[in-house]
Design a binder for this molecule. Structure first.
Ligand code: S3P
Length: 171
């Protein structure tokens, strides 16, 4: 286990943004392994608090309710957390000010690469990815928001370890 005394708990959070399937959660865990900083995933926190899966939240309570929860997560992190790794849901740059949470790294992958990486379970657990044509349109509509909200743009077409090391160098 890493020595948490080595983690810079006074330092800024490292915030990962990017489209569904770009590897945010995987890279967040890798960053935890390399740096010892705690990693938090917004979807996991929201699903845990609601005691529902992300699919169930969308189906039972609607997307706008989910976006409100994302905005509240964002406000909480900005107000109370430092020195952590934050993996965000793919829509968070649309629902809140991600830069308020910390230093923002956009994990960029071409849509074709994302499609090739996701297995059917990963597609079906994501309410906005079930129809690939609609997912492609969503991807295109969000590219500018990802770029404009990033302090750093990272080419996510590399191994998790390479990507995490690049992020740590720039943090
Ligand atoms: C969403 C992305 C998902 C999840 C929800 C909505 C989006 O997270 O928050 O299904 O709007 O792009 P991942 O990016 O981790 O798949």
């Amino acid at each position: 286990m890493k020595n948490l005394e080595n983690t810079s708990l006074n330092s800024t959070n490292c915030v990962l943004i990017g489209f569904m399937g770009s590897g945010k959660s995987t890279i967040a865990r890798e960053l935890h392994q390399l740096s010892g900083r705690f990693a938090l995933d917004s979807d996991c926190v929201i699903a845990y608090n609601e005691n529902l899966s992300i699919n169930e939240i969308f189906a039972q309570k609607g997307e706008s309710y989910f976006r409100t929860l994302e905005a509240r997560f964002c406000t909480f992190i900005a107000q109370y957390l430092k020195g952590a790794i934050i993996a965000t849901g793919g829509g968070m740059p649309i629902s809140c000010n991600v830069q308020s949470m910390g230093r923002v790294f956009y994990l960029h992958l071409e849509f074709e690469e994302i499609l090739a990486r996701l297995n059917s379970e990963e597609i079906h657990s994501r309410p906005l990815f079930k129809n690939p044509d609609l997912a492609l349109a969503l991807y295109a509509s969000r590219l500018n928001a990802y770029k404009n909200n990033a302090h750093h743009i990272i080419n996510a077409n590399a191994t998790p370890s390479t990507i995490a090391q690049e992020i740590l160098k720039q943090l």
